[in-house]
Design a protein. Structure first.
Length: 493
């Protein structure tokens, strides 16, 4: 058997089977090792799939040998490959980080179940990205969502239960809307294969059922993506979940939801129908602009740094939506670049906060006085992530913001380009609040340099240095993003 041939299905099956192995062995150290090995395999698979996609454009894998549209098809193009790289890379670093973090934050009796649920979240998110079947997107979405509800509820703060319940209610509404939208499309076309749907939908595009399907899918995915004003579940979910969970969710979950939005609206319904006929592009630009400013302003007034970064994520999602709303090649490129770069930024920032929580059991701004001196390596990494979030040249955040501003200027939308600059100043304000407290306020008496686990520091600094590397050498991220845009727009490079 040629392993490379079966990578599209193995990248989903391995974490699923690994979750079962965790329960079978029922040992917390074994569960962590299984999680780590499964994550490394998925990362290895994603790198190989990217290389194959660059050669053949699209990888098609028929499950069980049954070809689409009768059978279930896994379909990987440059867009999928980019998302798999984000997911699997984040999963590896989070798995390394998890060993000591989980020992500190999760009761011993729950640790095996924690790793099991974490693997199911990974499997679900990866499954969403590789499947070529609309209904299976819903299935994998539910696998990842239900596991996420459980992970959030394991936070040591009792408010984690409320956050999990709030997310469950909103997530269930979103999933129901998505299912209704898929149902409408199936009734009108008789198929669930995305490629087949994209060919049959234009014939019935003017019907009320398809327009209703478009609306249901947009709202459902908007909830999952925390698109303002459907974002209310996100701040509490990020703030009160365990550090490993908030890091992984911030780096991946909303990005996968944005991927689903792009896949449905652009690949399935088509750019002409989605962004011009409906016209969804104007709605995205309005919501994106409000999200950028609203999320940034809300972040300034937070006393809990996790909540601050959660509202920041709402703003960053706004950048992506605004870029998609431009309905242009530069706009789509900027959106995909920001999906990739935002994972690096938020992975760095939330991991740094996890180390602070490891030492002080809190991420309140008030406990961070002088922490730049007592935890210098942790705060240095936080500083790098913060500079990337602001968009300072030489960081990954600058690259995607530069492409977004350029796309806006190309479209003669200079007032919106000005909004991006204003939002960057607002980001400087709330990141500056943390830096001021950490570096310019004295540490409490008797507090010396705090030792933290080396494995957590290693994972944090790989994330942090990635912000610099992809800020200086953007060929990989830009190359994959450009190829994905060409495929979405049907352009031959």
């Amino acid at each position: 058997m040629n392993l490379m041939t079966h990578l599209p299905v193995l990248i989903v099956v391995v974490p699923l089977l690994s979750a079962a192995l965790c329960v079978l062995f029922n040992n917390r150290k074994s569960a962590w090792l299984i999680t780590l090995l499964a994550s490394f395999f998925c990362f290895y698979a994603s790198i190989n799939l990217i290389q194959i996609v660059q050669e053949v454009d699209v990888i098609i894998y028929s499950v069980g040998g049954w070809e689409a549209p009768l059978g279930i098809e896994l379909r990987i193009d440059a867009l999928n490959a980019l998302m798999l790289l984000v997911l699997s890379g984040s999963a590896v670093l989070v798995s390394i980080y998890a060993l000591k973090s989980v020992e500190k934050e999760i009761p011993v009796q729950n640790q095996v179940l924690f790793y099991t649920a974490l693997l199911l979240v990974k499997a679900g998110l990866i499954g969403i990205c590789v499947t070529g079947d609309a209904f299976n997107i819903f299935v994998f979405l539910e696998i990842s969502s239900i596991s996420t509800y459980a992970l959030i509820s394991l936070g040591h703060d009792r408010r984690a239960l409320h956050a999990s319940y709030q997310y469950l209610i909103m997530g269930t509404i979103g999933a129901t809307f998505i299912l209704i939208g898929i149902g409408f499309m199936y009734v009108m076309t008789g198929t669930l294969n995305i490629q087949d749907l994209s060919q049959r939908l234009p014939v019935v595009a003017d019907t009320s059922a398809i327009r209703a399907a478009f609306a249901f899918l947009t709202i459902g995915v908007g909830i999952k993506a925390a698109m303002l004003p459907l974002h209310q579940w996100l701040p509490n979910a990020y703030a009160y979940s365990p550090s490993v969970v908030s890091t992984f969710l911030a780096a991946t979950a909303t990005k996968v939801a944005i991927y689903v939005l792009i896949r449905f609206q652009l690949s399935l319904f088509g750019i002409e129908f989605s962004l011009l006929q409906m016209p969804f592009n104007k709605i995205l630009m309005i919501l994106g602009t409000i999200g950028i400013l609203g999320g940034s302003v809300s972040a300034i007034y937070q006393s809990n740094v996790k909540r601050m970064l959660a509202y920041s994520s709402v703003a960053q999602i706004g950048y992506i939506l605004l870029a998609i709303g431009l309905a242009s090649e530069p706009g789509f490129t900027a959106a995909l670049l920001h999906i990739f770069n935002h994972a690096l930024m938020k992975g760095t920032l939330f991991m740094a906060l996890g180390l602070i929580a490891f030492r002080f059991a809190s991420t309140e701004l008030s406990v961070m006085s002088g922490i730049g001196k007592t935890m210098p390596l942790t705060m240095a990494a936080f500083l790098i992530g913060g500079l990337s979030l602001i968009g300072v040249p030489g960081t990954a955040g600058f690259i995607s913001k530069w492409y977004l501003v350029t796309a806006l200027l190309d479209a003669s939308l200079w007032p919106l380009a000005l909004v991006i600059l204003i939002a960057s100043v607002l980001t400087l304000i709330y990141i500056g609040r943390v830096i001021e407290v950490a570096y310019f306020q004295p540490a409490p008496e008797g507090i010396t340099q705090q030792k933290v686990p080396k494995s957590m520091l290693v994972a944090l600094w790989i994330f942090a240095l990635s912000n610099i590397y992809f800020g200086l050498y953007s060929d990989i991220s830009l190359g994959i993003s450009s190829l994905a845009v060409n495929q979405l727009m049907g352009v031959t490079p």
